[in-house]
Design a protein around this ligand. Structure first.
Ligand SMILES: Nc1ncnc2c1ncn2[C@@H]1O[C@H](COP(=O)(O)OP(=O)(O)OP(=O)(O)O)[C@@H](O)[C@H]1O
Length: 383
């Protein structure tokens, strides 16, 4: 566990008078094996807080403890070798090949060259970069691939703690989404204690086991699990920061209960117009391939056997036991207004309508206000 105890950092001003308080009496705990996200507007002290953990910056007062050991009692280079560090733009050494970038820390830790390179190959594989990337230079990789190398390098010495400062911010939204998904999959395998800094509330909510919202001046506004933060923001600042559509977004963290599924007639790709029309009187007909939904079609408007290019693919398909938000979205986005639900293998189970999902939502309890959660948070908010 990483513990901040009343940590303050102030920077002296250039003119020697008023100093900037970057972090103000920050107290929080980042549990072992979990992802704690620091989020907040620009200048709220996220990076400063992160860098005090590996002593790139020392606090003005207060203490940071990793597994009960005060970090200021550990030699900085030794400390850093036990802490993975990933930054925006990856920060790779441009003149070293990918493999040598990744092997850096194991070599510093005194591993022999072969063992360090074997380990580097292993972690590159872990982050989804196949063998032939190892001998490239960073400039020969895409932004997303460079970030993966950055993560691989941080993981190479298998540190128990990882610090990640906006690691996915410099890539486009589609790649970012992909990197986030892979990062969550990886974390489910490796279970590191991670502090992750971002200014993007969606990223924070997606990745964090708990999310610490900081306000400018380096004060902790609230720390809680994402679903709790959405349901019970402690004040207007947090409510605004987590977003106006937070009621809807909270459904991301609620698993769908058993929804009343209607049996949906469906035909396979390749079905003739006559056969398709004989299956339903409805305007819309669902098309599947080997039982997996592919899209919707209007049987009255087709003249040839059904091909993929003829399908309306606008509607999302949701997993029956996935988040409620996905089930509702499936119903709202479907041209037939019937949301398609599938099992874990993508096989069609049936359809559900938006009002039925809403009925299920009505019956679900919101996260309760826990007085133990609120008390320290209010104190930490300090106003
Ligand atoms: N070396 C420094 N000297 C003086 N002031 C500094 C120094 N580093 C940071 N600050 C100030 O401390 C405050 C917190 O900075 P920090 O970089 O930790 O914020 P941040 O939340 O990470 O911001 P961003 O999201 O913009 O990166 C800011 O007001 C910043 O100007």
């Amino acid at each position: 566990m990483i513990r901040f105890e009343q940590v303050t950092k102030s920077y002296p001003a250039a003119d020697g008078r008023d100093s900037t308080i970057a972090v103000d009496h920050l107290s929080l705990e980042a549990p072992t094996g979990q992802i704690t996200v620091f989020v907040g507007p620009s200048g709220c002290g996220k990076t400063t807080s992160l860098r005090m953990i590996n002593r790139m910056i020392d606090p003005t007062s207060g203490q940071i403890l990793i597994d009960d050991q005060d970090v200021t009692q550990v030699n900085p280079s030794e400390l850093r070798r036990g802490i993975g560090y990933v930054i925006q733009h990856a920060g790779l050494f441009p003149h070293r090949k990918v493999i040598d970038n990744v092997a850096t820390v194991p070599l510093l830790n005194g591993w022999d060259k072969k063992k360090a390179r074997d380990r580097a190959h292993e972690v590159l594989d872990l982050v989804g970069l196949p063998g032939d990337f190892a001998d490239r230079y960073p400039s020969q990789l895409s932004g997303g691939q460079q970030q993966r190398v950055g993560v691989a390098r941080a993981l190479a010495a298998d540190p128990p703690v990882m610090l990640m400062d906006e690691p996915f911010s410099a890539v486009d939204p589609v790649v970012r989404d992909q990197l986030q998904d892979e990062f969550l999959r990886l974390q489910s395998e490796i279970g590191k204690t991670i502090i992750f800094v971002t200014h993007d509330i969606d990223e924070a909510m997606k990745l964090g086991d708990q999310v610490a919202v900081l306000r400018v001046g380096g004060k902790l506004a609230q720390i809680a699990e994402p679903s709790y933060l959405l349901a019970h923001p402690i004040d207007d600042f947090v409510a605004d920061f987590v977003g106006r559509d937070r009621g809807y977004r909270a459904l991301t963290f609620t698993e769908s209960p058993e929804l009343p599924l209607a049996k949906e007639p469906a035909v396979e790709l390749g079905t003739t117009p006559e056969d398709a029309r004989s299956v339903t009187q409805d305007r819309w007909l669902l098309v599947v391939q080997d039982g997996r939904p592919q899209g919707w079609i209007e049987p009255e408007r087709i003249e040839t056997p059904i091909e993929p290019s003829m399908l309306h693919r606008g509607g999302t398909v949701a997993q029956a036991r996935g988040p409620l938000r996905a089930s509702l979205d499936a119903a709202l986005s479907s041209p037939s207004r019937r949301g398609v639900l599938v099992d874990e293998d993508g096989q069609l189970l049936g359809t559900v309508r938006a009002h039925e999902v809403l009925q299920a939502i009505e019956q679900i309890d919101r996260p309760e206000v826990d007085p133990h959660d609120i008390a320290p948070t209010s104190a930490a908010a300090g106003d």
